[in-house]
Design a protein around this ligand. Sequence first.
Ligand SMILES: Cc1ncc(COP(=O)(O)O)c(C=O)c1O
Length: 379
Amino acid sequence: MIYFDNSATTQPHEEVLQTFIEVNKNYYANPASIHSFGVEVNELLDAARGQIAGILKTNKEHVLFTSGGTESNNFAIFGVAKANKHIGKHIITTEIEHASVLEAYKALAKEGYEVDYLSVNKNGVISLDELREKLRKDTVLVTIMHVNNEMGAIQPIEEAAKLIHQHSRAVFHVDAVQSFGKLEVQFKGEAGPDIITISGHKIHGLKGTGVIAFRRKLNIEPFIVGGGQEFGLRSGTVAVPQAVALAKACRIAVEHLQENQAKFKKWRDDLIDFLTAFGNHIYILSSKEGAPHILSFSVRDIKGEVVINALQKRGAIVSTSSACSSRQKKTSHVVEALKVDPHFKEGVIRISFGAKNTDEEIEQFKAIFKEVMNELKGV
Ligand SMILES: Cc1ncc(COP(=O)(O)O)c(C=O)c1O
């Protein structure tokens, strides 16, 4: 099987699995215990935190382990909005965020927060002018995803950060779930985000692992209360094996970033040229300016599931534009925001590469896709 659904999830690296097992077997004490075994486990946790802090360029007390991207996003949004409501209740995000952001914003709107949504152009990119116009003195939070999970648009994070920091007191939260390991992701003082959220299972790490990281000490409410673990912000005995495994996955992702980026870019550009040759039968939502690992396109008047099933029969696994919304029958909010032509709206398919894909698979995919297009001619 050719697995091209790496934006939904990835196969864990063998080293990550080994780390997880090893820590579970040999370092099972509670990191909060004061006996020597606990101290040893706490040191391991501290080292994992330090490694991720080093990668993101922040201090280790600003790196908190979570259960994944969804929790990290919820934590950032509810935590910042609630802790800063004395300053204001105006918050800004984009129309094309992941559900873990949009649903949190919707919940806050129900609690009386005023939400502004930034629109995107046909390439899925926000307008900095619109952001500038929407920023206010009482804006307390802005959330912008670095890379869109459905079609790979990259947002101008540094330019947005400068505007946000110049014109408001808002905390800038960047959902880097789809960009970490594919693009450079780190804190850059005023020229970058205040909060970065990442997920382990998108980078050949484990499901149920993630991080929320801060640039500096922020006014943020705890996400889970209890024993005061994770600097009092996320209580509960820390899952040390998951944390250490996540640090391993992050290190591997960053060490191989250049190599993977170049590989993905070559494949993505090659497939864009390949699909372009089908003329007006295919509409490509992604562009060569987008993230290297995601390529979304649509076959005219053919439902996405039909193409996906035809590809799957021949051994290629791809998905509709996002795994989370693929079981819901309605058109995705991202496809709506991009104002895709009705002939192509129902059929968006996403190919997403991972570290384990090969050159041969790209060639095989092209052959399979040609067969599928011939078959669909009859439909
Ligand atoms: C951009 C983006 N943010 C957040 C998430 C949620 O991450 P997780 O699956 O770790 O909860 C995803 C997952 O698809 C995503 O693509």
